[in-house]
Ligand binder design. Structure first.
Ligand code: 9D3
Length: 274
C-alpha cells in the first residue's frame, strides 16, 4: 500500500510538539471526495512539512457523518429550483467531532478557524494566507453542488473564502491551495528564510526577468548588463524591469508598492500617472 504522508480519519491523534515547544499546525479537511487529496499532499512542500512535524493534515469524509441507510449528504432546495444543497447535519456532526477531538468548542470564537470554501467567499490573498498561518488549527469545509445549507454559514463558519472568480466543481482544489499557501508561511517550512534585502525591496511589484546560462541561446542573448559584473547597474536594471512589468501587466499594484522618487520618474517616462 502506498504510504500517505498525512493522516486518514482512522489515525486521528493530537498534533505533536516540534522542537522549541512550538505547537504544530493542524489542518482538518471535510470533503465528499477524500481521494482528490491523495497524491497532491504527498508530492509537495506540504509533505516535507508533515514529515518535519510542522503540520498535520487529517482528511474526513463528510459521508461518514451522514445518517440513514443511504448516507444522504445533499437534498433538493426548499423553494424549488435546480441543483442540490449540502445538508446541514453531516457537516455539523463532522465539524463538532473534529473540534471536540481537539478539546475545543464548536462555533465562532473557539481556537480554530472554520473555513468554508465557496464562490461567495473573500478572494484569497497573500495577506489572508499570512493571517491564517498564525492559527493553530484550521478546519476547511469543501462545498460541492450548488452550495451548503445557509445554517452552516450562519452558525458554524468563521471565514468564507474563494480562490478567485472562475467556476470550479467544488472546494477541494481551493482547500489544497490554502494548505499550500499557508504552510509555506510557517517558520521552518522553507529551508532558508532566504529573501535578501534586494528581494524584499521588490515587494509589491512583479518580478524582474531571470536568465541563466547559456549567455546565447539560438541567437537570443542575455541582456548585457547582467554579464557586466557591475552590481549597482544590475540592481537598477532589475528594479526598472520590475516596475515596467508591473505597470504593463498589473498597474493596480503600483498604488500599494513603495516607490522612490527615482522609481516614479522612471514610471512617468513610461506614461504612468504616479
Ligand atoms: C454552476 C453553478 N454556479 C451557479 C452560478 C454556482 C456555483 C456553485 C458551486 C459555482 C461553483 C461551485 C463550486 N465551487 C466551489 O465550491 C468553490 C470555488 C469556485 O468555484 N471558484 C473559486 N473558488 C472556489 S472555493 C469553492
Amino acid at each position: 500500500m502506498r504510504r500517505m504522508a498525512f493522516r486518514s480519519e482512522s489515525e486521528v491523534s493530537n498534533p505533536r510538539s516540534v522542537s522549541g515547544g512550538v505547537k504544530s499546525m493542524l489542518f482538518d479537511i471535510l470533503t465528499l471526495f477524500p481521494g482528490l487529496f491523495f497524491g497532491v499532499f504527498d508530492e509537495s512542500i506540504v509533505r516535507r512539512a508533515i514529515e518535519a512535524g510542522i503540520i498535520s493534515i487529517r482528511i474526513h469524509n463528510i459521508r461518514d457523518y451522514a445518517e440513514g441507510r443511504h448516507s444522504m449528504t445533499d437534498d433538493a432546495p426548499y423553494g424549488g429550483g435546480g441543483g442540490m444543497v449540502m445538508k446541514p447535519e453531516p457537516i455539523f456532526r463532522a465539524v463538532e467531532h473534529v473540534l471536540t477531538s481537539q478539546g475545543q468548542q464548536a462555533g465562532a470564537g473557539a481556537g480554530a478557524r472554520v473555513i468554508l470554501l465557496s464562490p461567495q467567499g473573500r478572494p484569497l490573498t497573500q495577506q489572508i494566507a499570512c493571517e491564517l498561518s498564525r492559527w493553530e488549527h484550521l478546519l476547511l469545509i469543501c462545498g460541492r453542488y450548488e452550495g451548503v445549507d445557509e445554517r452552516v454559514r450562519e452558525h458554524l463558519i468563521t471565514d468564507e473564502i474563494s480562490i478567485g472568480d472562475y467556476v470550479l466543481s467544488g472546494g477541494e482544489i481551493p482547500a489544497m491551495v490554502i494548505v499550500e499557501a499557508v504552510t509555506r508561511l510557517i517558520p521552518g517550512v522553507l529551508g532558508d528564510p532566504g529573501a535578501t534585502f534586494e528581494d524584499s525591496h521588490m515587494e509589491g511589484l512583479l518580478e524582474y526577468p531571470h536568465y541563466t546560462r547559456p549567455a546565447e541561446y539560438r541567437d537570443w542573448e542575455v541582456p548585457e548588463v547582467l554579464l557586466s559584473g557591475d552590481h549597482a547597474l544590475v540592481v537598477q536594471w532589475r528594479r526598472e524591469e520590475a516596475l515596467r512589468r508591473t505597470f504593463e501587466r498589473r498597474p493596480e499594484l503600483l498604488s500599494k508598492a513603495t516607490l522612490s522618487e527615482r522609481d516614479k520618474e522612471f514610471l512617468r517616462r513610461l506614461g504612468a500617472g504616479v
